[in-house]
Write a protein that binds this ligand. Sequence first.
Ligand code: RBZ
Ligand code: NIO
Length: 338
Amino acid sequence: MSHAFSSLAEFRALLAAAPDRDAAAHAAAVARNGQLTKPPGALGRLEELAVWFAGWQGTDRPRCERPQVLVFAGNHGVVAQGVSAFPAEVTVQMVANFRHGGAAINQLSKAFGATMSVHALELERPTADFTVAPAMEEAEVVAALRCGWEAVDAGADVLVTGEMGIGNTTPAAAIAAALFGGEPAGWVGRGTGVDDAGLARKADAVARGLALHAARLGDPLQVLRCLGGRELAAMAGAIARARVERVPVVLDGFICTASAAVLEKAAAGSLDHCVAGHVSAEGGHGRLLAALGKAPLLDLGLRLGEGSGAALALGVVKGALACHSGMATFAEAGVSGA
Ligand SMILES: Cc1cc2ncn([C@H]3O[C@H](COP(=O)(O)O)[C@@H](O)[C@H]3O)c2cc1C
Ligand SMILES: O=C(O)c1cccnc1
């Protein structure tokens, strides 16, 4: 089988060449929105959301009938630094739980009519501990990007990417710090619920990772390789594929957003097809969204990952698109204008 890319350089080139949204469909949706039976702007952010979807889906009647949820799982060498409240074996145990339908993301996917698939990435072979070596070799990060790239259904009308990987709020914080600067302490959070000492260990691990790999961190894809993880790279690969296919993406929490941020830094505009589904309770997520200029749709205090916050936001998306694509215009309904 031939692959879309076989190196980080080829991946970067595909990303940089991605097409823009359909400007005519966007303009048609803006015009349609102005004729629907409601006072101008009365549906607030739903209106903006609907015309944004129209541009990416290339139609003035956007829909959310075939949402796809992808959950990627990976394990992390950096858990050896005592950065999670849970043991690493929970990753593979949760993958089994996803396969049996028992996790939060199974229920949320079902509730919002999304297909959901789980992709476990070499769980028996954790990444290297980034405080002592690059997390991945180039071939490993490319394979993980490709796993995500190939998992996307180009016929989906919206994509959600989620993750499971004990310890992965630490690589996410390291990526955020490497891409946007600032003290590690400002990017780490409690994840699964570490205490103050655990939080200090996370900040210290991030600081040591940044120092060790400093010479390479000017390149965002090297940030992903040196500090990231397989499930983070897979999410980045899936989000990149969606950009190329013009499938809109709803971003999940801190880990998903950190993975996505790598793409934006690698090629500006790479996240133009992404909306922030929610802001999680993880300390750095709000900062990261602000740095990317993304306003979250929901703020419910979630701190789960798995794609859960983004899947919930599909409800808002469905509402926005049902109104935009199904409502009558003033002319059709015989309603008088202002
Ligand atoms: C049972 C369980 C289910 C989860 N589902 C998502 N996560 C979340 O917690 C992990 C990140 O937090 P940290 O960096 O503190 O380990 C990731 O697996 C994330 O998806 C879970 C964590 C647990 C324990
Ligand atoms: O924001 C997230 O995605 C998150 C936060 C805590 C734990 N797991 C995921």
